[in-house]
Design a protein around this ligand. Structure first.
Ligand SMILES: NC(=O)c1ccc[n+]([C@@H]2O[C@H](COP(=O)([O-])OP(=O)(O)OC[C@H]3O[C@@H](n4cnc5c(N)ncnc54)[C@H](O)[C@@H]3O)[C@@H](O)[C@H]2O)c1
Length: 333
């Protein structure tokens, strides 16, 4: 198969590319490098440094592809209320430009990576049949892209699948990005002997998943007949922990003397967010193979091996006011 992966220089996109190449598929991919790293792109892949927002470029590079795996996104949920134009452009415009080009080029299937942000303040654990209730421009943009994908695919007879990954950790995840990835940020700080900064009281809860457990399911979403037209949460529902517990676990693994700094909570942050894995277990045979502690230890080893990094404030804050977290406004990391 000839498989197109958008966001191929990113965390998920590059791992998917490696896996598909290993299985003998031809992989073509694009990335604007706004959030990814060129070193992540496998050398066997045909790579284009293109932005998904440009439909003509997408039309050119999705030619003769059988499958599109759309992972490209500015996956910045907390930032999205302060940089809504950046987020909406890369998620709504970027997705629609790619979907339009792929459908014009007669791809058989499009797999779209959505986000748990689609569920917003629904009760936990989030199930796929819940009515979306996104609380921020990131989640709203993901739901808009989902709806347009569904509409276009139903109209033009193209298969589609919506994957809902959540809080994945693992090698290649960016850890110098001050706007996202709480586990990586905390490890990068603690390894520099710096205290983590926690938004709000730290009692907000999440489930974290290790990349290998998710890849297995995401790959199945590319080929299985059972998933067509489905929305499926990808990730564990077993260890639902608070950010305070996360900080404690990491400090124990790192033998770090923890005394976090607490700052004002971020506007629109959903306090309790976790997804049910029932549907993934049933349709995709999902199983959590890596425990949370093992995943955290692997993440620590990855960052230790690569070396700590200075945080890079590489994105513009569009709206700066009294609600904008100091971590970003005053560059506290
Ligand atoms: N990793 C997670 O925990 C998680 C959770 C929920 C949803 N997701 C979704 O899964 C997908 C992949 O996430 P990830 O963690 O690999 O993120 P990532 O930032 O590592 O990868 C995304 C890649 O997309 C690229 N990109 C962004 N906008 C682009 C554009 N307009 N044109 C071309 N390339 C562009 C970035 O440069 C980056 O390399 C995203 O859609 C994200 O919203 C991820």
């Amino acid at each position: 198969m000839r498989i197109f992966i958008s966001g191929i220089a990113g965390f998920l996109g590059s791992h998917l590319a490696d896996n598909f190449i290993k299985e003998g598929h031809k992989v073509v991919g694009c990335d604007s490098l706004i959030g990814g790293e060129i070193d992540n792109v496998p050398s066997e892949a045909e790579f284009y440094q293109y932005d998904c927002c440009y439909r003509n470029s997408m039309l050119k590079i999705t030619k003769n592809c059988d499958l599109v795996f759309h992972t490209a996104a500015t996956a910045y949920e907390g930032l999205s209320v302060f940089s809504p134009h950046l987020i909406a452009q890369n998620i709504v415009t970027g997705s629609v430009a790619l979907f339009s080009a792929a459908i014009e080029n007669n791809v058989k299937r499009i797999v779209f990576c959505s986000s748990m942000a689609r569920y917003g303040t629904n009760k936990t654990p989030f199930k796929e049949n819940f009515k979306p209730n996104p609380q921020d421009p990131y989640g709203i943009a993901k739901v808009a892209a989902e709806n347009i994908l569904k509409n276009l695919c139903e109209t033009h007879g193209v298969e589609y699948v919506i994957a809902v990954p959540h809080n994945i950790i693992g090698p290649r995840q960016k850890y110098d990005d001050p706007y996202r990835n709480v586990v990586s940020i905390m490890i990068n700080l603690m390894l520099q002997n710096r205290q983590p900064i926690i938004y709000g009281d730290g009692n907000q809860k999440r489930c974290f998943s290790y990349i290998d457990d998710d890849l297995y399911c995401l790959k199945k979403m590319a080929f299985s007949d059972k998933v067509v037209g489905e929305i499926i949460n990808i990730g564990p529902d077993e260890e639902f922990i608070s950010i305070n517990t996360l900080a404690n676990k990491l400090s124990n693994h790192l033998r770090f003397n923890l005394n976090p700094t607490y700052v004002k909570g971020r506007p629109k942050e959903v306090l309790n967010a976790t997804c049910s894995a029932d549907k993934a277990r049933k349709i995709l045979g999902y199983k959590t193979r890596t425990s949370l502690d093992d995943g955290l230890k692997k993440m620590i080893s990855f960052i230790k091996k690569k070396g700590t990094k200075k945080f890079r404030y590489h994105l513009d804050l569009e709206i700066i006011n009294e609600l904008t977290p100091k971590t970003w406004k005053d560059r506290l990391f």
